[in-house]
Design a protein. Structure first.
Length: 76
C-alpha cells in the first residue's frame, strides 16, 4: 500500500487545475427565456407520469406474484 503522502502528491495536479479554473472563471451572463420553463414542463411532466404509471403496474405485478406464492406455500 502506498504511503499517504504519495496519494496526496498524485492528487495535486487535479487540485491545482480545479483551483485555477475557479479563480479565472469568467462570469456567464446567461439568460433563460421565460418560455423555456414551460417547454421543460411539457417534456418532463408526461415522462414523470409515465414512470409513475410503470412503477405502479410493476408494483402490482410483484404483489400478485408474492400473493400467489404465499397461497401456494400455505396450500390454499
Amino acid at each position: 500500500m502506498a504511503p499517504v503522502y504519495q496519494k496526496n502528491r498524485a492528487m495535486l495536479p487535479n487540485v491545482l487545475f480545479i483551483l485555477l479554473a475557479c479563480l479565472f472563471a469568467d462570469p456567464a451572463f446567461a439568460y433563460i427565456d421565460p418560455n423555456a420553463g414551460g417547454l421543460l414542463y411539457q417534456m418532463l411532466f408526461p415522462l414523470l407520469i409515465a414512470i409513475a404509471g410503470a412503477w405502479a403496474a410493476f408494483r402490482m405485478k410483484i404483489n400478485q406474484f408474492f400473493s400467489a406464492l404465499t397461497r401456494k406455500l400455505r396450500g390454499k
